[in-house]
Every structure is written in structure tokens, then in C-alpha cells.
Write a protein that binds this ligand. Structure first.
Ligand SMILES: Cc1cc2nc3c(=O)[nH]c(=O)nc-3n(C[C@H](O)[C@H](O)[C@H](O)COP(=O)(O)OP(=O)(O)OC[C@H]3O[C@@H](n4cnc5c(N)ncnc54)[C@H](O)[C@@H]3O)c2cc1C
Length: 346
């Protein structure tokens, strides 16, 4: 029996009924199709850094993606066309992109997990999103059983979402599409895109909109993330999490007007206003390290960052969810805003 706690950055999760490590695309396809034929539940597991798996485990088939391979060629216009197997490690790929002068993902340095999961929630940080450089995604369609290719537009990228994430039905662990390969198209060069994030600009000592070497952006992002335990390390208990547990809420202009004057507000082109989940949590009384008595401190907010719920050692999924519920209820009572969890709850 395989304990899923060994495969998640939370270090939480009971046993898997069936656990298959797939090192080739065909093994992924065969495992998923065989499980679907038996009407067994399927969990596609990559780096396990964006999921909270229940204490009872998973009563179906877990397919652990472990495919490898990166192919590159240069387009007629000089852009780098790079095709990456789903099982490659995301941050190793970012490091390779910076070394090779492929621009556009340097600010996504240090995000845990594998390449195939990156388009699923359209990972983003420090002013970049993966959807800005993904050119296509090859996937198994579990309904038609065809291998399908999504163009960038067909991926339907949005804030921490995509068609892949939207295809997860309520009660299911994984969606209709199993990402097999991700294609990127990068502009070549050394100067990263204009710095679009105030904290990053301040760290680099430049102004918003300035351009610096992609390698400096990568170093700066890794240093900022490490200072907040947002780089996963088995030795750093503040990183035993799924990263940010809640997404930043988008609210109507009327709702935003009712927030305290010092609440962050970022107007959006569609008239909605984005505010900060971290600010709401902090100002609803849940400071760094907050814990609920029921978990005796085992499940607590990170000591560095109120957006990360962490397992301080021996926490159960039930305890993490109780902590999340307490925070959601507190923010709802104080500000009338419902926080939405970012990780997949399995
Ligand atoms: C310390 C820390 C910091 C983080 N910082 C960030 C951040 O800055 N920005 C950000 O966006 N995220 C962040 N995250 C969240 C997480 O790292 C990303 O969402 C990452 O892309 C998840 O990758 P994974 O391989 O671990 O996916 P998993 O956790 O294994 O899977 C996540 C979901 O995607 C599905 N999935 C995985 N692989 C595939 C596939 N090949 N095909 C179809 N579905 C698939 C799974 O079934 C599951 O539903 C952070 C997490 C941690 C722990």
C-alpha cells in the first residue's frame, strides 16, 4: 500500500487503493483508460504540491506522472519552440530556460511541481503566468479517448484556472483531460520582460517596468520566495503546505467600496476589483502562526505568510480543513467575502 502523504508537499493523505507510476505516455494512457473502463476513480498525481488529500486516502487509481523528455527547435522567426513531457520538474525547466535565453517564465522560478500541472491552474507569480508562453498542450481526452491538442486560446487560461481545471467535476479528483506534453514558445534574449511586481522591483532596486537580465529575475524570485518559505523543502516546516491556500478574490466595485480604506484594490478591465486574500485574512484576526485549538497547533498558518496553511507535524486533512473553515468564516463575517481554496481537495 502506498501512503499519499509521502507524495504531497502537505505531507498529508491516506493510502491509495491502486498506485501506478507511469514513465511513458503510453503507460499514463493505459492506466487511465483501464481505470475508466472499471469506472474506478482516477487521481492524476504530479508533484502533489497543489492538493490536500483526505485522511481516508484514495479508493481508486492514482497515476503518478513520471515521463521525461524535452525537445527544442527554432522557428523561422527565431523563437524557441520547446516541447516538454508532463513529468519534467517545473523549476528545473525554468532554470534551463534562463540558461538557454528563453524568455517569459523566469518569474515563475521556485514553484514546486511538474510541468504537466503548470497549465492546469495556470501557475502565476511575480507578474507572470504560464499561459503567456504556452503555445499548445497535448492531452488525453478521457471521454473520447483521443489525443487532443489545445492551442493557447483553447486552453482558456484565466486567473489560476484553465479548461483543464474547469473539467474537474464536483466530487472527482481529476478532470477530463490528462496533460501529456506542454509546448512553449519563447522569445530569445537575456533581458526579461518588464518587471511587473512591486516587491520584485524593490528587491532588484529597479522601477516597475524596467528590464533586467532574466538570470537576475530568477535569483531575486528564488531569494524572495525562500524568505517566505514559498520554495518547498522537506527541512522547512513552513513550506509543508500547498502554497497559497486561497486565491485572491475578485469582487464587484460596490463590494470593494465597502472594504476598509486601506484594503488593497486592483481595478480590472471588466469592472471587477481584485483584492488581497492575505490582507483579508490578516485583518480578520488570523495572523502568522494562527492555529485552532482542535489541532493542538499541528495545522497552522505559516509563521512567515498568512496565505499558507501548513502541517507543523502530524496534522490531518480534517484539521487543515477545520483551520481553513475557521478562516473562511472569519473573513466572511468581517468583510462579507467568501474565500475560495486554491488547492484541489481530494
Ligand atoms: C511552497 C509552495 C509554493 C507554491 N507557490 C505557487 C505559486 O507561486 N504560484 C502558483 O500558481 N502555485 C504555487 N504553488 C502551487 C503548486 O506548486 C502549483 O499549482 C503546481 O503547478 C502544482 O504542480 P504539481 O505537479 O505539484 O501538481 P499536483 O499537486 O500533483 O496536481 C494538482 C492538480 O492538477 C492535476 N494534475 C496534475 N498533473 C496533471 C496532468 N499531467 N494532467 C492533468 N491534470 C493534472 C491533479 O490531478 C490535481 O488536480 C505552490 C505550492 C507550494 C507547496
Amino acid at each position: 500500500m502506498t501512503r499519499l502523504s509521502d507524495y504531497t508537499t502537505f505531507g498529508i493523505g491516506g493510502e491509495a487503493k491502486n498506485f501506478i507510476v507511469a514513465t511513458t505516455e503510453q503507460e499514463i494512457i493505459d492506466a487511465v483508460v483501464a481505470a475508466d473502463d472499471r469506472s474506478a476513480r482516477v487521481l492524476i498525481l504530479s508533484g502533489g504540491s497543489n492538493m490536500l488529500v483526505g485522511d481516508a486516502g484514495f479508493d481508486g487509481t492514482v497515476v503518478k506522472v513520471a515521463t521525461k523528455g524535452i525537445e527544442t527547435h527554432v522557428s523561422a522567426s527565431g523563437r524557441a519552440i520547446v516541447t516538454v513531457a508532463a513529468g519534467e520538474v517545473w523549476d528545473e525547466f525554468v532554470a534551463l530556460s534562463v540558461t538557454n535565453g528563453w524568455l517569459g517564465i523566469e518569474a515563475l522560478s521556485g514553484i514546486p511541481g511538474l510541468v504537466g500541472a503548470a497549465p492546469v491552474q495556470n501557475i502565476g507569480a511575480y507578474g507572470q503566468e504560464v499561459g503567456d508562453t504556452v503555445s499548445q498542450v497535448r492531452a488525453l481526452d478521457r471521454v473520447t479517448r483521443n489525443i487532443v491538442t489545445f492551442t493557447n486560446q483553447a486552453c482558456g487560461f484565466g486567473y489560476r484556472t484553465s479548461e483543464f481545471k474547469r473539467s474537474v467535476q464536483p466530487g472527482q479528483a481529476s478532470g477530463r483531460y490528462v496533460v501529456l506534453q506542454v509546448g512553449f514558445e519563447f522569445a530569445p534574449g537575456t533581458l526579461a520582460s518588464p518587471v511587473a511586481y512591486a516587491e520584485l522591483a524593490a528587491y532588484l532596486g529597479v522601477r516597475l517596468g524596467d528590464r533586467v537580465d532574466a538570470s537576475r529575475v530568477r535569483e531575486a524570485v528564488l531569494a524572495i520566495r525562500a524568505s517566505k518559505s514559498m520554495v518547498y523543502s522537506p527541512d522547512d516546516i513552513d513550506s509543508h503546505s500547498a502554497g497559497s491556500f486561497f486565491t485572491n478574490p475578485y469582487v464587484s466595485a460596490e463590494a470593494a467600496a465597502t472594504l476598509p480604506a486601506d484594503a488593497p484594490r486592483f481595478g480590472q478591465p471588466d469592472g471587477t476589483v481584485k483584492t488581497s486574500a492575505a490582507w483579508l485574512i490578516d485583518h480578520a484576526g488570523f495572523g502568522k502562526g494562527f492555529s485552532i485549538p482542535e489541532s493542538s497547533g499541528r495545522a497552522a498558518l505559516s509563521s512567515k505568510h498568512v496565505l499558507a496553511l501548513t502541517n507543523r507535524g502530524g496534522a490531518t486533512a480534517t484539521e487543515v480543513l477545520a483551520l481553513a473553515d475557521a478562516i473562511r468564516a472569519g473573513v466572511q463575517a468581517q468583510f462579507g467575502i467568501d474565500l475560495v481554496p486554491e488547492p484541489v481537495l481530494v
